[in-house]
Design a protein around this ligand. Structure first.
Ligand code: PEP
Ligand code: MG
Length: 898
């Protein structure tokens, strides 16, 4: 097996297609060589080595040693220098690179190859004592942290790691000599500090910093592989659903330096603006700096060009004017990369003494709004076709467009605390927290939080994920916080230098105003403004985004699945129509029963011990229900509306306070004890499996009769007035065909009476929810009678797994943590189990009735992967909450293309 792939000098063993073997970074380094883009030469150790390592008790394949030696030789030949050479030593970087980018989650070691023996040669070659010792101390710091502490499994005492200890030594040294900046330190200073570092490392970690280049190289390779199973990488994989078995590749590459003086620089850039999608070259750079200086946000980076300067950066030097010929070369590479990859790229570059080197290219992360704009623009430019454009936007990314923005009026009146860089658009409000752990903890308790940090690091991702928004004091638009938040479409403001965070007291001072833990703040991630208190958020209007409309039109042309919505009120219905709903797939009628004016009649109905009293009580609800259905059928004119008959267990209507018990007793003219006894008799041990669904209509046929009358009379009156309405009456929780037939016959009888009364024909359907395993198993029998099926996958998941849908939260986190379940089955359909029942029911049902209309109305109807399953299994429609309708439209289009 080939474990090592070479690249350099316009040649490479690998290609961009080989991400599975070479990881994203390695595959693209190879590809850039094929494109004749200047890349420092090196080699990639494959992901197979990582898998081998973990499968074979943390050991490497035997052949790896000689393969690495050969690869190193190839690199040395290209560079004309030698690893470990006394006069002309080659230095290398060791970086991770998984199939899918995991920004900052794994480790990197730079400047490998610097030892007491190679240092003099490099000083002679570069003529700079300072440069070499600065590089050396960086190597020691990284190596001690990544290889000697983390990879070796050393738990730092009191949580203070070796890196922090070494950084403190620099601070002490600077204080002693009255230095303000790292740049004030001389070569001699760094040399002395390097010696101190080594002693501290020996004292704390018990071993010597290695002085042998090969030992450094293998230590770093092993540490990168180990970082695949580091805590933060595992956390990130869980959030991003990246399989553990993928493993990481390791890239060993010649070092190039952006900190070799004023003709050297380093930067990161995007071929288009990742926040807005605009087709403008966008990035940040720093003269005389290492790549980590830009990303860590310790120095404020400069804008790449004049065109993308903002109010805040207008006085900073652009690369375009500072190094025009390099900028022009970089811009050519930008166009070359976009033309080749046909997508926006995120690139890293270094300029070493006037020569440009590309260190990385990868598909750039972008927020939803930018993803839509880029996809549509690129299709219109002819760079990609419409189908590719549709696949470029993750359906969940539409969420960002549909998400709230700050209410301008309340923003005007609000107290402005400060301003930072707008890294993630949209509005957010939440309570201030200051550590990632606190963010996760508070979130678990149901609180909305905003995480405030000096800067974020990959260790913070769990807390960032749990927060409504992220606010940092340091960092630019390409800092860790900005990149991660943008990937998730979260509101984010970075680089707000007015923040003075006191982490010990958990408070922050912003321009003289104190915000303590738990205080509400609000952020406008589009402008960068931060406000005191909780401000109003208003729903977004995606119609103001022209490319969104175009993309949705393309999606509608492509998809075959119909998209309906779950809605109970005309308002929800209108909202859903605005988002593109083509009907209602589930109108839950029970919510209509809780209204103040109706609940007494409902309770009287439940109390009645004879049919006459019950009928009297139930029929009091008829006019109300008729009004409800008129409203909703009218709002959905011309579109089908599935109305479900009463479903919940009766006790839900009978949770009474003492006062309510007394008032009900008065109303019923009975003793309060009788009320109490009846309430306790209604108590059920497993109400979700109790007296609910069609079991209610069977015990109390008057309810079915009243609801059917209300629906059909509303439909008849609307029809008389010239409207076209299509009610579909749905019987819930059917387990046997006889239950269905019993209820259907009531509905049909009512329909006959109504049509006679109004002297017209109504177009209506009667069908059932399929939400019990027995209904799936006997779907053929039910389909002989029912005109439609709608899968209630909430109850079907509950009854298939035997997991209570209300109590799963108590054990689900353990299940997910230990990989016993891949995800919450109430969110994403369990294809293997619940899905098998669904497929079976579809087949059985369509075998007897090939016109059977079939849809889904459980929560899964708005989940993209479940939608894909629905399409594969021949469903006619999915139904989801109004705000998920656009997501479902796009997911349905994508399911035609996958
Ligand atoms: C279902 O069970 O999937 C369903 C849609 O019904 P409900 O959630 O109201 O029980
Ligand atoms: Mg249900």
């Amino acid at each position: 097996m080939k474990y090592v792939y070479l690249f350099g000098n316009g040649q490479a063993d690998g290609t961009a297609e080989m991400k599975n073997t070479l990881g994203g970074k390695g595959a693209n380094l190879a590809e850039m060589n094929h494109l004749k883009i200047p890349v420092p030469p090196g080699f990639t150790i494959t992901t197979d080595v990582c898998s081998f390592y973990y499968k074979n008790n943390n050991s490497f394949p035997e052949e790896l040693d000689s393969a690495v030696d050969n690869a190193l030789k190839n690199t040395e030949d290209i560079m004309g220098s030698k690893f470990g050479d006394l006069e002309n030593p080659l230095l290398v970087s060791i970086r991770s690179g998984a199939r899918q980018s995991m920004p900052g989650m794994m480790e990197t070691v730079l400047n490998v190859g610097l030892t007491s023996k190679t240092i003099p040669g490099l000083i002679k070659k570069t003529g700079s004592n300072r440069f070499v010792y600065d590089a050396y101390r960086r190597l020691i710091m990284m190596y001690a942290d990544v290889v000697m502490e983390k990879a070796a499994g050393h738990e730092p005492k009191n949580g203070i790691g070796i890196r922090h200890k070494l950084e403190s030594l620099i601070d002490v040294h600077k204080k002693e000599l009255n230095y303000n900046n790292d740049t004030d330190l001389s070569g001699e200073d760094w040399k002395n500090l390097s010696d101190k570092f080594k002693t501290t490392i020996k004292d704390n970690l018990g071993s010597d910093f290695p002085d042998d280049p090969k030992e450094q190289l293998w230590g770093a390779i092993m540490a990168v592989i180990k970082s695949w199973n580091g805590e933060r990488a595992i956390n990130y994989r869980r959030i991003e659903k990246i399989p553990e078995k993928w493993g990481t590749a390791v890239n060993v590459q010649t070092m190039v330096f952006g900190n070799m003086g004023e003709s050297s620089a380093t930067g990161v850039a995007f071929t288009r603006n990742p926040a807005t999608g605009e087709n403008k070259f966008f990035g940040e750079w720093l003269v005389n700096a290492q790549g980590e200086d830009v990303v860590a946000g310790l120095r404020t980076p400069n804008p790449l060009n004049e065109e993308t300067k903002t109010e805040g950066t207008k006085n900073l030097p652009s690369l375009e004017l500072s190094m025009p010929s390099i900028y022009s070369e970089l811009n050519k590479i930008r166009l070359n990369l976009e033309k080749h990859y046909k997508d926006m790229q995120d690139i890293e570059f270094t300029i070493q003494e006037g020569k440009l080197w590309m260190l990385q290219t990868r598909v750039g992360k972008r927020n939803g709004s930018a993803a839509i704009k880029m996809a549509v623009d690129m299709a219109n430019q002819g760079m990609i076709d419409k189908n590719t454009a549709l696949l470029r936007v993750r359906p969940e990314q539409l969420d960002e467009l549909l998400h709230p923005m700050l209410d301008i009026k309340s923003e005007k009146e609000a107290v402005l605390l400060g301003k930072g860089l707008p890294a993630g658009p949209g509005g957010a409000t939440g309570r201030a927290v200051f550590t990632a752990d606190d963010a996760a903890e508070w979130h678990k308790k149901g609180e909305k939080v905003i995480l405030i940090r000096d800067e974020t690091s990959p260790e913070d991702v769990h807390g960032m994920h749990a927060s409504e928004a992220i606010l940092t004091a340091k960092g630019g638009m390409t800092s860790h916080a900005a990149l991660v938040a943008r990937g998730w479409g979260k509101c984010c403001i970075v680089g707000c230098s007015e923040l003075q965070i006191n982490i010990k007291n958990k408070e922050v001072n912003i321009n003289g105003k104190k915000i303590s833990e738990g205080d509400w703040i609000t952020m406008n991630g589009t402008s960068g403004n931060i406000y005191k208190d909780r401000l109003n958020l208003i729903d977004a209007d995606p119609d103001t985004h022209p490319e969104y409309k175009i993309l949705m039109k393309w999606a509608d042309e492509k998809r075959k699945l119909k998209i309906r919505t779950n809605a109970e009120s005309p308002n929800d219905a209108f909202q859903a129509i605005k988002f593109g709903a083509e009907g209602i797939g589930l109108c839950r009628t029970e919510h209509m029963f809780f209204d103040e004016s109706r609940i007494l009649a409902v309770r009287k109905m439940i109390f009645a011990d004879n049919e006459k009293d019950r009928r009297n009580a139930v029929m009091k609800l008829l006019p109300f229900q008729k009004e409800d259905f008129t409203g909703i059928l009218k709002a959905m004119e011309g579109k089908p509306v599935t109305i479900r008959l009463l479903d919940p267990p009766l006790h839900e209507f009978m949770t009474l306070t003492k006062e309510q018990e007394i008032s009900l007793a008065e109303n019923l003219n009975v003793d309060v004890e009788i009320v109490k006894n009846r309430v306790s008799a209604l108590h059920e041990l497993n109400p979700m499996l109790g007296h609910r669904g069609c079991r209610l209509g069977i015990a109390y046929p008057e309810i079915t009769e009243m609801q059917a009358t209300a629906i059909l009379e509303a439909a008849a009156e609307l029809t008389k007035n010239g409207a076209s309405v299509f009610p579909e009456i749905m019987i819930p929780l059917v387990g046997t065909v006889s239950e269905y037939v019993d209820q259907e016959s009531i509905v049909r009888k009512v329909a006959k009476t109504v049509m006679e009364k109004y002297a017209l024909e109504l177009q209506y359907l009667v069908g059932t929810m399929i939400e019990l395993p027995r209904a799936c198993l006997t779907a053929d029998e039910i389909a002989e009678h029912a005109e439609f099926f709608s899968f209630g996958t909430n109850d079907l998941t509950q009854t298939t797994y035997g997991f209570s849908r209300d109590d799963i939260g108590s054990f689900l986190p353990d299940y997910l943590e230990r990989n016993i379940l891949p995800e919450d089955p109430f969110q994403s359909l369990d294809v293997k189990g619940v899905g098998k029942l669904v497929s079976m029911a579809v087949k059985l049902g369509r075998n007897v009735n090939n016109h059977l209309k079939i849809g889904i109305c459980g929560e899964h109807g708005g989940d993209p992967s479940s939608i894909h399953f629905c399409k594969e299994n021949g469903l006619d429609y999915v139904s989801c909450s109004p705000f998920r309708v656009p997501i479902a439209r796009l997911a349905a289009a994508q399911s035609e293309l996958k």
